[in-house]
Design a protein around this ligand. Structure first.
Ligand SMILES: NC(=O)c1ccc[n+]([C@@H]2O[C@H](COP(=O)([O-])OP(=O)(O)OC[C@H]3O[C@@H](n4cnc5c(N)ncnc54)[C@H](OP(=O)(O)O)[C@@H]3O)[C@@H](O)[C@H]2O)c1
Length: 259
């Protein structure tokens, strides 16, 4: 099975922590050159130091805020590089019931998730077509299959991104480009800590009680490590996954109740 990513360039978004960072580390382990993307330059510099260069890889970063799509467009075009792999990933929308959500919250999530993904795809795909190799992997959520209580805006925007992605898979498959979604379950990152802390505020229960209830709902009875999500990302990015296109891949320890 060919998992080798030597001479492949990967643009990995939301990569200063959590799932994005773990994905960057794993793709670099397989030989890829990584371009990290996020807002915090200090953290970006620190992650670069963690990426292996054992096989002669070279890594760099772009500082950008996905709340500002115009700036993303300028920054990403200025890089003028061929990317074979694009990992679309960023911070999740704030929680709360969908009924209480403001129009601004929906617009903000649409900008950060859908508009920015689209700008990135429009920038990298022309060169993926020339290379005859492209892997577009969107980190979404299992809420694509089963909406999660208390994540109203997130549930809504995830559906939009998943359908955008499936449509792209239809359009780009003939060029050797695959477009797939990884749907993480509860994964031990700062995002999950934030969700648990919000639940403690709403319910008066302790962090331990909330965590234990959440874990009990998962057949594997534990949260995922970010590396476990990154392993799925890395496989989909490789030559080995060449005939997997247009799918939702839950990596959730079996939590999602549907197939
Ligand atoms: N963890 C889970 O349990 C879980 C489950 C299902 C789905 N997900 C989803 O998977 C994705 C990644 O999750 P995670 O847990 O790894 O999240 P995380 O720990 O919050 O990390 C988010 C990453 O995105 C970057 N980011 C946030 N806002 C940004 C912005 N406006 N512009 C550019 N970069 C931005 C952050 O870096 P900077 O702060 O440096 O910009 C960080 O590197 C999210 O969409 C999340 O909702 C997570």
């Amino acid at each position: 099975m060919n998992l080798n990513l030597t001479h492949r360039n990967a643009l990995v978004c939301g990569s200063t922590q959590g799932i994005g960072k773990a994905s960057a580390i794993q793709l670099a382990e397989l030989g890829a050159n990584i371009t990290l993307v996020a807002r915090n330059e200090e953290k970006l510099k620190n992650v670069i130091k963690e990426l292996t260069t054992d096989q002669g890889q070279s890594h760099d970063y772009i500082v950008v805020d996905f709340q500002n799509p115009d700036s993303l467009k300028q920054n990403i075009s200025a890089v003028n590089k061929t990317f074979h792999i694009l990992i679309n990933n960023t911070g999740g929308p704030a929680g709360g019931p969908v009924f209480n959500a403001s129009i601004e919250e929906f617009e903000s999530a649409f900008t950060q998730h859908l508009k920015c993904n689209h700008i990135l795809v429009q920038t990298v795909v022309p060169r993926m077509k020339i290379e005859g190799y492209g892997r577009i992997i969107n980190i979404i959520s299992t809420s694509v299959k089963q909406p999660l209580n208390g994540l109203g805006v997130s549930n809504t925007i995830r559906g939009a991104v998943a359908n955008w992605s499936k449509t792209l898979a239809n359009e780009l498959g003939a060029f050797g480009i695959t477009v797939n979604n990884v749907l993480p379950g509860a994964t031990a990152t700062e995002r999950l800590t934030e969700i648990i802390v919000n639940k403690t505020a709403k319910t008066g229960k302790s962090i331990e009680e909330i965590s234990s209830t959440m874990k009990n709902e998962i057949p594997s009875k534990r949260f995922a490590k970010p590396e476990e999500i990154a392993n799925a990302v890395a496989f989909l990015a490789s030559e080995a996954a060449s005939y997997i296109n247009g799918i939702n891949l839950p990596v959730d320890g079996g939590r999602t109740k549907s197939l």
